[in-house]
Design a protein around this ligand. Structure first.
Ligand SMILES: [Zn+2]
Length: 1057
C-alpha cells in the first residue's frame, strides 16, 4: 500500500472555498467488478455482465449532467469511476447523488462503481496549474485505460465526455480505448434507443439555455442550510411538507409541521402560505422551513366546496378565522418527481417571449406550477402529453426550469391518459425483463414442471390425508388459497386448514423478481386492465392452487375442540397439497342449500362413487360453515364492522366474460371463505409478532377520529336514525339498525359515509408502535397481518418469510434472527403503504377517465344514458353532493350558477335558472325565487343530466346538472341494476379506443397505436375474482370512497376477461 496526499478544493456550505489535504492510500488490488476478470479481483456482490459488446466509462461532466441517460436499462456495461461520482456529488448535491447510488445498487441496472483513485496504477495526482475539470477527465481516461488492460483487452472500452479537447487529445492514444462525445456514443452504439437520444438532447438544450439566464430577482433568496437548521432547533422556523390546495393552486398552500422539534406550542394547526411569492419556489411535496408572519398579517383559509373534482367551481367564497400564516425561507429537501405536462396551443407558443425556444408547459397536476423548458419541438408536441423533470428554480426565474424526458402520446387518447395516470402516481410497471424471466421455473408441455425430491422430503405431505378444495368466483385462474377441514381420529377434535400458495419458494429474497415485486408492492388494477406484481408463470400457473395438480403450499392447521371450537393447537409450515375440487361460490352454496348441482370433478364417476364423494364434500362444507359462523360471532362480539362492501357480484357467461355487475345475492359461503382467511391472517400475525416482537410486519386499522363522523351523525339524524360511534361495536350495531324499508340506498349511503370517516388500514413494523396501537378496528382483532394473497401483495411475501424464519427458529433451536431491523421493516411498510395509496388513486382516476370517455361522445340533451337518478348525501353552501347509483359516481350539483342565478323548480318538477337566493340548513337546502320556495332534503332522489367538462391540460371532469327534483324514471324497460351501467361503460370505451386506433392506422398508414409492446405491457389476463371480492371488505376500510373502489374492483373483472 502506498501513502500519498490528495489535495481537495471544496466549497463550504457558506460558499467559501476551502483547501483540504487528505491522506490517500493506494493499493494494487482494487476490485474491478467485471464478470470477465482474470486477475482474481475480490468482486463481491454485483458485477458487470460479460455479454455487453463494450464497456462504457462516462467522465465527470457526463455523470453530472446526463446521469438520467444511464437509467435506461438497455445500456449495459457502465463503469462509474469514483472520480466522476465524487465530482457529481459535489456539484449537484444530495438528490443527484442518491439517484446515482440507487442506480449502482439496483441489480437490474448493469453498472458498477470502480474506485479508480485507490488503484495505484490508475490514480493520477493533480498537476500544478491543472484545472479541476481537466484533472478529473484525465483521471477518468486513465481509469478507462486501466480497465481495458486489466481485462486483457477482451472488451473495448469507450470513454464518453463533453469536452472536445479531451476527445482530440485522447482518442488515438490507446488502441481499444475510444473517447467520444455522449451524442456520438448514443447515435453509434444505441441507434435504436431513440428515447435516450431525445432525452440527451433535451437535457443539453436545457443546459445551454440556463447559461443565458437573467439576473433580476423574482423571489427572496433561500437561507443557507445551517441557519435553517439552527432556526428550526430554536423554534424560529417551522419545518414541514408543503401541500398546495389543488382548487386554489395559485393562492393557497399549507405546511403541515412535522416532528416534535417544534417549540412553538400555540401552533397546533397547519401554517397557511398565501400566494406564490411567500411560497418562494417551494413545490408541492417539498420539505420546507417556514417563518410565521406577524399576527396582524394572518389570514383565513378559503371555505370552498372542495370535496371532489366536480366542485372546482368556487361557491360563495368566504374566509374562516385567521390562522397561522407564514412564508417559506428555505427548502430542506426537494421532493420532485416526474411530471406530465401539456404544451401550450400554437398561438401561445408564438407569443411567449422573445426566445421562442423557451416554452411554458402546463402540468397535469393542478398543484404544480408551470414549467419552463427549452425545446425546438414545441410545434410537433402540440396537444401531446410529455414527461418533464425539474432541474432548478433560481431566484431570478418566475418559473422552474425543466427538461423533457419522454413523450407519452396525444392528449385525450386512452393509452396516453392511462400512462399519464401511472406516471403521476409514480407507478412504474415495465414488462418483466428477460433476465427476470430467466429466473422463473419452466412449465411447458415438453418440459413439465415437477416437484423436487428434496422438497417432497422436507414438507408435510397432505395429498393423501386431506380433502383440500378451493372456492372462488366462476372462471378464476389464479387460486392463491385453499381450505380443508376434517374430524381427527378420536372424534373429539376438528382440524381446520388454510393452505396458501408458496410464493416465496419461487421468489428468492434479493432475486430480480423479488426486487421488481418489492418495488411494485402490489398488483395494480385499473378500470380496464391490470398490471401484475409477479410474472404469470407464477401467478396463473405454478403458484396457483389448481385442482388435480401437486402444488407447494404454506399452511396453517388448527386443532379445534369439536364442541366449543376452542383452539387446542396450531401448526404452521410448508406442505404439499393437491386440491380435489375447484368450486365456485354459487355451486358451493347450492350444495349447502341441498339443491341439485353438478360438481364437474365427479361427473365421470359412477353413481355410487359419486354419491359417496359428494357426501364427503358436503360434510366438509357444512363443517366449514359452522366453524366460520362461530368465528364471525366471536368477532362480532368484539365489534367487527360490516361496511358498504360486499355488495356487487359479477355475472359471467359461458366463456367467462362478465356480462353484468348485479347487486350481490349475499351468499353465506362468501363470508365463510373470508372468515377463514381473516382467521389465518390473525393467527399468522400472532405467530410472527410472538417470535419477533419488534421486527414483524403487521397491519393495523386505527380507530377513527370522532370529528370525522359529524356528517354521518347529522345525516342519519335527518332520517331519524341514531349513529353511535363510541366503539366499533356500537357503530356496527347502529348502522345495522339504520335501514329505511322504502329505500335501501339510505343504508348504503350511510355505510359509505362511515367508510369515508374511517382511517386507512396500514402496514407497520411492530417495533415502531406500542402494543395498543396494533389493534385492527374494522375487523375487531388485536393483531392482524396479510398472509393469504402472496401472488398480488408484497406484504404477504414478507410475512411468509417471517413466518418461515419463526418456524425454523423453533425447530432448529437456533436463536431466531429477524429478516430486517425494525427501522428497515418500517421503511418497507411505509413504501408499501405509499404504493397502495398510489394504486387506489390510479384506480380511482382511471375510473373517472372512463366515465368521461363514456359520456364524451354522447349528446346530453338527447341521449337517454346521460340522464340518471341521483341521491343527495350532503348539503353545501351553494349546492349538494349526490350519488348516482347507475354509474356508481359521485359529484356536486349546483343550485347557484356562475351568473348568480338559483335553481327554480316548476310545477312538473323540471328546473330552470332564475334570480333568487339559497338558504342552507344542516339537513336541507332551500332555493327561493320570487314567491316560490323549494327545498331539497338529504336522501332525496332527484334527476340529473351528466355531461363532460373538457380540459386541455388536466383531466376532463363530469358535470351533474339538476333537471328535475323527482326521481328519475327510466324509459322503456326497468333501470338496469346498479353497476351494470359501469361495466357497459368500460366495455364501450375500450371498444371505441381500439376502433379509433385502427382507424388512425388505416388513415395514416402507421402501425397501430396499441403496439405489440404496449399490449404486452398491459399484461392483463383474467384477474382473480375471488381475491378481489375477498379484499373488498378491507378495501372498504382503506378507501375514502369505498363504494367507488368496490365497484371499480368488480368492474376490473368485467372488462379484462
Ligand atoms: Zn479484476
Amino acid at each position: 500500500m502506498i501513502k500519498t496526499e490528495k489535495v481537495l478544493h471544496l466549497k463550504s456550505s457558506r460558499g467559501h472555498k476551502v483547501r483540504v489535504v487528505r491522506e490517500h492510500y493506494l493499493r494494487e488490488h482494487v476490485p474491478c467488478y467485471s464478470a470477465l476478470c482474470q486477475a482474481g479481483c475480490q468482486n463481491e456482490g454485483k458485477v458487470l455482465s460479460g455479454d455487453a459488446t463494450h464497456y462504457v466509462v462516462p467522465d465527470a461532466g457526463v455523470v453530472r449532467d446526463f446521469l438520467e441517460v444511464f437509467e435506461f436499462r438497455e445500456l449495459q456495461g457502465v463503469v462509474f469511476t469514483q472520480t466522476a461520482c465524487q465530482a457529481a456529488q459535489h456539484s449537484r448535491g444530495r438528490r443527484h447523488y442518491n439517484r446515482l447510488r440507487s442506480l449502482l445498487k439496483d441489480p437490474r441496472q448493469d453498472c458498477i462503481l470502480f474506485a479508480n483513485e485507490f488503484q495505484q496504477y490508475s490514480y493520477q495526482p493533480r498537476e500544478k496549474g491543472e484545472s479541476q475539470e481537466k484533472w478529473q477527465t484525465r483521471c477518468v481516461y486513465h481509469a478507462a485505460v486501466w480497465y481495458y488492460n486489466h481485462l486483457a483487452g477482451m472488451k473495448p472500452v469507450v470513454m464518453i465526455t463533453e469536452d472536445g479537447e479531451a476527445i482530440a487529445e485522447y482518442s488515438s492514444l490507446n488502441g481499444g480505448v475510444y473517447v467520444i462525445s455522449t451524442q456520438e456514443y448514443l447515435q453509434s452504439f444505441w441507434p435504436d434507443l431513440q428515447a435516450a437520444q431525445e432525452l440527451y438532447s433535451s437535457i443539453s438544450q436545457a443546459l445551454q439555455e440556463r447559461e443565458s439566464e437573467g439576473t433580476e430577482k423574482e423571489y427572496a433568496e433561500h437561507l443557507p442550510a445551517e441557519i435553517l437548521e439552527a432556526g428550526i432547533k430554536s423554534g424560529r422556523y417551522i419545518q414541514g411538507t408543503l401541500n398546495v390546495n389543488k382548487h386554489k393552486a395559485q393562492h393557497e398552500a399549507f405546511v403541515r409541521f412535522e416532528g416534535t422539534t417544534n417549540k412553538n406550542t400555540e401552533l397546533n394547526s397547519d401554517v397557511l402560505i398565501c400566494g406564490v411569492k411567500h411560497r418562494n419556489r417551494a413545490v408541492h411535496g417539498d420539505l420546507v422551513a417556514v417563518e410565521l408572519l406577524l399576527r396582524n398579517e394572518w389570514k383565513g383559509r378559503t371555505i370552498a366546496l372542495t370535496d371532489g373534482q366536480g366542485e372546482e367551481r368556487a361557491g360563495e367564497e368566504s374566509q374562516s378565522q385567521p390562522m397561522p400564516t407564514g412564508r417559506v425561507v428555505g427548502i430542506l429537501q426537494r421532493n420532485w418527481r416526474d411530471y406530465v405536462v401539456t404544451f401550450p396551443p400554437r398561438e401561445e407558443v408564438q407569443s411567449q417571449g422573445r426566445n421562442s425556444q423557451r416554452i411554458l408547459v402546463i402540468p397535469w397536476d393542478y398543484r404544480i406550477p408551470k414549467i419552463r423548458i427549452s425545446t425546438q419541438q414545441a410545434e410537433a408536441l402540440q396537444d401531446h402529453r410529455v414527461i418533464v423533470r425539474l432541474d432548478s428554480w433560481e431566484s431570478t426565474s418566475l418559473y422552474p426550469n425543466g427538461h423533457c424526458v419522454r413523450v407519452l402520446g396525444k392528449a385525450g387518447e386512452l393509452e396516453t391518459e392511462i400512462q399519464t395516470i401511472l406516471v403521476e402516481n409514480c407507478i412504474s410497471v415495465p414488462s418483466f425483463s428477460e433476465a427476470q424471466l430467466r429466473e422463473m421455473p419452466v412449465n411447458s408441455s415438453e418440459q413439465p414442471w415437477q416437484m423436487e425430491p428434496s422438497e417432497v422430503a422436507s414438507r408435510l405431505d397432505l395429498r393423501d390425508t386431506h380433502l383440500v378444495f378451493s372456492i372462488d368466483p366462476k372462471g378464476c385462474e389464479d387460486v392463491d388459497d385453499t381450505l380443508s377441514v376434517r374430524v381427527l381420529p378420536g372424534g373429539t377434535r376438528l382440524e381446520l386448514g388454510v393452505h396458501i400458495a408458496d410464493v416465496t419458494h419461487f421468489v428468492k429474497e434479493g432475486s430480480l423478481t423479488d426486487l421488481e415485486a418489492r418495488s411494485r408492492a402490489t398488483t395494480y388494477y385499473l378500470a380496464d386492465r391490470r398490471y401484475d406484481m409477479l410474472p404469470s408463470v407464477l401467478s396463473a400457473d405454478l403458484c396457483s392452487l389448481l385442482g388435480g395438480v401437486d402444488r407447494y403450499a404454506m399452511s396453517v392447521l388448527w386443532e379445534l375442540d369439536m364442541q366449543s371450537l376452542a383452539v387446542c393447537k396450531v401448526w404452521y409450515g410448508r406442505t404439499l397439497i393437491r386440491s380435489s375440487y375447484q368450486l365456485h361460490y354459487e355451486l358451493a352454496q347450492s350444495l349447502l342449500n341441498g339443491e341439485q348441482a353438478e360438481v364437474p370433478e365427479l361427473a365421470h364417476l359412477d353413481a355410487g362413487e359419486r354419491d359417496r364423494k359428494l357426501a364427503e364434500l358436503l360434510q366438509a362444507l357444512e363443517t366449514l360453515t359452522r366453524v366460520a359462523r362461530h368465528l364471525r360471532a366471536q368477532r362480532d362480539k368484539g365489534g367487527a364492522l360490516e361496511l358498504e362492501g360486499v355488495e356487487v357480484r359479477a355475472q359471467l357467461d359461458d366463456s367467462k366474460n362478465i356480462t353484468a355487475l348485479v347487486p350481490k345475492q349475499p351468499l353465506e359461503v362468501h363470508e365463510t371463505v373470508a372468515e377463514c382467511m381473516i382467521y389465518a391472517n390473525h393467527w399468522v400475525a400472532r405467530k410472527i409478532q410472538g417470535t419477533f416482537p419488534h421486527q414483524a410486519l403487521l397491519r393495523h386499522h386505527p380507530p377513527p377520529r370522532q370529528e370525522f363522523f359529524n356528517q354521518l351523525i347529522d345525516s342519519a339524524k335527518a332520517r331519524g336514525f341514531t349513529v353511535d360511534i363510541r366503539s366499533n361495536k356500537a357503530l356496527a350495531d347502529s348502522l345495522d339498525r339504520a335501514v329505511d324499508p322504502r329505500d335501501p340506498e339510505v343504508n348504503r349511503l350511510l355505510r359509505m359515509m362511515a367508510t369515508q370517516a374511517m382511517s386507512n388500514a396500514l402496514y407497520f413494523s411492530t417495533g415502531s408502535c406500542s402494543e395498543e396501537q396494533y389493534y385492527h378496528y374494522g375487523l375487531a382483532l388485536d393483531r392482524y397481518t396479510h398472509f393469504t394473497s402472496p401472488i398480488r401483495r408484497y406484504a404477504d411475501i414478507i410475512v411468509h418469510r417471517l413466518l418461515l424464519t419463526a418456524i425454523r427458529a423453533e425447530t432448529e433451536e437456533e436463536p431466531s434472527k429477524a429478516l430486517a431491523s425494525n427501522k428497515e421493516l418500517q421503511e418497507l411498510a411505509q413504501q408499501i403503504n405509499t404504493k397502495n395509496r398510489a394504486a387506489q388513486q390510479a384506480q380511482k382516476q382511471s375510473t373517472e377517465l372512463f366515465q368521461c370517455l363514456y359520456f364524451k361522445d354522447k349528446d346530453p340533451q338527447k341521449d337517454e344514458r346521460c340522464v340518471a337518478d341521483a341521491i343527495v348525501y350532503a348539503i353545501r353552501a351553494n349546492g349538494m353532493l349526490v350519488f348516482v347509483p347507475r354509474y356508481g359516481l359521485k359529484g356536486a350539483v349546483y343550485l347557484k350558477n356562475r351568473d348568480n342565478l338559483v335553481i327554480n323548480v316548476k310545477q312538473d318538477g323540471s328546473c330552470d335558472w332564475q334570480t333568487g337566493s339559497l338558504q342552507r340548513y344542516p339537513d336541507r337546502i332551500s332555493s327561493c325565487t320570487g314567491s316560490d320556495t323549494h327545498t331539497f332534503n338529504l336522501f332525496d332522489h332527484i334527476t340529473v343530466r351528466i355531461s363532460v367538462e373538457p380540459s386541455r391540460c388536466h383531466t376532463d371532469s363530469l358535470c351533474l346538472e339538476l333537471i328535475s327534483n323527482r326521481p328519475h324514471q327510466a324509459p322503456g324497460p326497468r333501470t338496469p341494476p346498479a353497476g351494470q351501467g359501469r361495466a357497459e361503460l368500460v366495455q364501450e370505451v375500450v371498444r371505441l379506443a381500439e376502433e379509433a386506433s385502427l382507424q388512425a392506422e388505416e388513415v395514416k398508414g402507421r402501425r397501430p397505436k396499441l403496439s405489440k409492446e404496449e399490449r404486452e405491457f398491459r399484461q392483463s389476463r383474467g384477474p382473480n375474482l375471488y381475491s378481489l371480492l375477498q379484499e373488498i371488505s378491507e378495501l372498504a376500510l382503506l378507501d375514502p370512497s369505498a363504494c367507488q373502489a368496490l365497484e371499480t374492483e368488480a368492474q376490473v373483472c368485467a372488462t379484462s376477461a
